[in-house]
Design a binder for this molecule. Structure first.
Ligand SMILES: [Zn+2]
Length: 141
């Protein structure tokens, strides 16, 4: 959904997320399309359009997230909250595998988010392989 943001609010998001998806860290340049504005608590669940409830997300993560705020942690089989870009720190919940291809969930939040947002789907893995061939490394953008 297109969301109206004031210039100041958009600038604050740019500074916080640096034109990267807050979930999978795909840069806008690598994704080939503009970041979308994700409501951490969806509008449909009473979320509001303020900085504390917003992050940039790639189209793919935003699409898979939909209106979810929690999902099954595949390791424990229990519900866990999804990653909250304004409350949680990425490095506490996720890491990259040694090849820099796959995002690994370190916590229930991380594992549930990787699974729910399909953060290692075949298409993004192909793209990451190409970026790696060109010298890209996670976190080095
Ligand atoms: Zn993403």
């Amino acid at each position: 959904m297109a969301v109206y943001l004031s210039t100041a609010l958009r600038q604050r998001l740019v500074e916080a997320d640096d034109h990267r998806c807050a979930y999978c860290h795909t840069s806008q340049a690598n994704s080939g399309s503009p970041m979308v504005v994700d409501h951490l608590l969806p509008l449909s669940k009473g979320g509001v359009t303020v900085f504390a409830n917003l992050c940039f997300a790639c189209y793919r993560c935003n699409l898979f997230k939909g209106s979810q705020v929690e999902a099954i942690d595949p390791l424990r089989g229990e519900m866990a909250l999804l990653f909250h870009a304004r409350r949680d720190r990425w490095g506490e919940h996720f890491t990259w595998d040694e090849a820099g291809l796959r995002i690994l969930g370190l916590t229930p939040v991380g594992r549930a988010t990787v699974a729910a947002l399909n953060m290692n789907n075949d298409i993004i893995l192909d793209a990451r392989r190409n970026w790696i061939r060109l010298g890209w490394r996670p976190g080095a953008e």
